[in-house]
Design a protein. Structure first.
Length: 300
């Protein structure tokens, strides 16, 4: 017990440094979002009480934290537990994490307009969130931001071949594969539901937006699992990615059916989401698919 406490005291200064770095990354991420956003975020949230903008920003900030954790996780140890001071190895690690996280923030902001046009492409997201304060659209964006953050985190975490840090080329390739998975899943979700998610979300159906956002987070977790780990070769990595992607599609589709038949048998999910616009049912569906994706993540 005493040894554990002593070891904790040894690594505490290093952990505190990365907590401070993480806060700094969040501040930079908010500044970056302010720069690339046409409207004033603070004004929308504080003066106009725009919950949709706040929800969208919240998903973005969570996505940034996930990117930071992906940058922080590297099996390569640069300092030993005995290092209490800010030595050159710790400085090297801090710089590396900062640069990876900064690159992730850039990718997250670059991906937003691209993913908006590929996933929620039938209406103007900016109009729905800023002018109409559409919570359903913001909930879908919340899920998309977190899913994109998970994709970036999975792409940059881990070792490359031979124990080297994952190269920028490899990380970008994995990032592209992850985004492709999100787009394909969104198309699959659209064709496998008995309603048009775009029409429902545009018509202020918060329930459909929440359910869709929850499913995006779930597939983001599966994408993270598919991308995460040491890079041993393109064939092995792509094969593992495809296997996880197919399993994820099948799992989430079966779960939606099981929720309808077993978990809440007295409620038809599609009718509750569309006709009744039942937000409670949307949260139930989201919690089940996200929880199942977490189980798949840890079990396989």
């Amino acid at each position: 017990m005493a040894d554990t406490f002593f070891n904790t005291l040894q690594v505490f200064p290093r952990g505190l440094i990365f907590v401070i770095l993480g806060i700094g990354i969040l501040i930079l991420a908010k500044l970056a979002r302010d720069i690339v956003t046409k409207y004033r975020i603070d004004e929308e949230v504080s003066k106009k009480n725009n919950l949709a903008v706040a929800l969208r920003l919240s998903g973005y900030l969570i996505g940034v934290v996930l990117v930071f954790l992906g940058a922080l996780y590297q099996p390569l140890t640069l300092i030993g537990p005995e290092g209490l001071g800010f030595n050159s190895q710790l400085l090297e690690e801090v710089i590396r994490v900062f640069l990876y996280a900064l690159a992730g923030i850039i990718l997250l902001n670059l991906a937003r307009p691209i993913m908006d046009r590929l996933i929620l492409y039938k209406f103007s997201i900016e109009k729905e969130i800023v002018e109409d304060q559409n919570i359903g659209t913001a909930a879908a964006e919340f899920g998309l931001n977190i899913a994109t953050g998970l994709v970036i985190a999975g792409a940059i975490a881990g070792d490359g071949a031979g124990g080297e840090l994952i190269s920028a080329t490899t990380a970008l390739a994995f990032f592209g594969m992850g985004l492709l998975l999100l787009v394909l899943f969104s198309l699959f979700y659209e064709v496998s539901t008995p309603f048009d998610i775009h029409t429902e979300i545009e018509n202020d159906n918060n329930a459909v937006g929440i359910a869709f956002g929850g499913n995006l987070i779930a597939i983001g977790l599966i994408a993270f699992k598919a991308l995460f780990g040491d890079f041993t070769g393109w064939y092995e990595s792509i094969t593992a990615f495809v296997i996880y992607a197919v399993l994820g599609f099948i799992l989430l589709y079966i779960l939606r059916i099981l929720i309808d038949l077993l978990l809440v048998p007295s409620i038809k999910i599609s009718q509750a989401l569309t006709t009744e616009k039942n937000v409670g049912v949307a949260f139930i569906e989201s919690s089940v698919v996200i929880s199942s994706a977490l189980i798949l993540f840890l079990a396989i």
